[in-house]
Design a protein around this ligand. Structure first.
Ligand code: THG
Length: 284
């Protein structure tokens, strides 16, 4: 089951059996004062820099989130999307909880975007899914609803099913739904990642859909976040995840390694090509 995304000239296929799709997380001002300030001033130079660094690092798709308290996202989100679409040829993942800002951004986005996100709440289903249909996009479905994020894989899976069914009623095909099984930090609950990994297996087995993770969430508040993020990504890929919102400037090499080890990189061609363009510094 492939989820097709497009920029002006490029196509990205998210595929459970293909190479892992890397969605760059860094255009997101949460916890980043410099980006928040730049967005508030309407200066997009730093956004440009974050986009080009992530693309150079190996991003397949860029997540775009302008969530700063007090910022007029209905105005700013489409401006940032338009700038990115003009200057970079890479599909976008539009990350906003505000359907008005989403609609404004979809009006200016070329190609086929990934909407981030809808969830199992009635208000979300009824405001986001019609936009997904109207603008012919794909969409990330979060396994949470009015009652928050369930603690068990079965209830998370039931929310995934609800999102898939409600989308189908509007004529949105299942391959355009990417289920995000949601990861919370193991700093607060040491069982959190295990529940998410079980949910990956269950959603994959029951529906066969593509599965996404906001992988860097797993390590909030803990030392050496890179170690935890990479360990989690490796386990999630083996469990059936096909894409992640994560940091391509740090994890692309690791993820190319996972593709090769999963049998998704014939003759190690992509792994070798990656290191040809991103040489490892000489070890002293
Ligand atoms: N699922 C979906 N979308 C999402 C998330 C998800 N969007 C937002 C978030 N979660 C994924 N994006 C990030 C972006 C940055 C960080 C974590 C997740 C992060 N930032 C550093 C911090 O806050 O400590 C700061 C910046 C840095 O040092 O680079 O960790 O789960 N569908």
């Amino acid at each position: 089951m492939q989820t097709i995304l497009r920029s002006k000239t490029k196509t990205v296929k998210i595929d459970p059996n293909g190479p892992f799709t890397i969605i760059g997380e860094k255009i997101n001002p949460t916890g980043r004062k410099k980006l928040a300030a730049a967005l508030q001033e309407g200066n997009f130079d730093y956004v440009r820099e974050l986009a080009s660094k992530q693309i150079a690092g190996g991003a397949d798709v860029l997540d775009v989130n302008v969530g700063v308290p007090g910022l007029d996202d209905v105005a700013v989100l489409p401006q940032v999307v338009q700038m990115l679409a003009e200057e970079f040829d890479i599909p976008l993942c539009i990350d906003t909880p505000n359907p008005k800002a989403l609609e404004a951004a979809l009006k200016v986005a070329p190609g086929r975007v990934l909407v981030n996100s809808v969830n199992g709440e009635e208000s979300s289903l009824s405001s986001v899914l019609p936009l997904v249909k109207e603008f012919n996009t794909a969409v990330i479905g979060l396994v949470m609803d009015e009652n928050g994020i369930p603690n068990d894989p079965e209830t998370r899976c039931a929310i995934a099913e609800k999102i898939i069914e409600r989308a189908a009623r509007l004529g949105i095909p299942i391959e355009d739904i990417v289920i995000d099984v949601l990861v919370l930090t193991v700093g607060a609950d040491s069982n959190a990642a295990a529940v998410t990994l079980k949910t990956v297996e269950l959603v994959r087995k029951n529906f066969g859909v593509n599965i996404n993770l906001g992988a860097s969430n797993v390590s909030f508040g803990l030392p050496d976040r890179d170690t935890l993020n990479m360990a989690f990504l490796g386990l999630a890929i083996h469990a059936g995840a096909s894409c992640a919102i994560t940091d391509p400037t740090k994890y692309t090499a690791f993820l190319k390694g996972c593709d090769l080890l999963m049998g998704r990189d014939a003759y190690a061609a992509k792994y070798i090509k990656y290191f040809r363009t991103h040489p490892v510094e000489e070890k002293k």
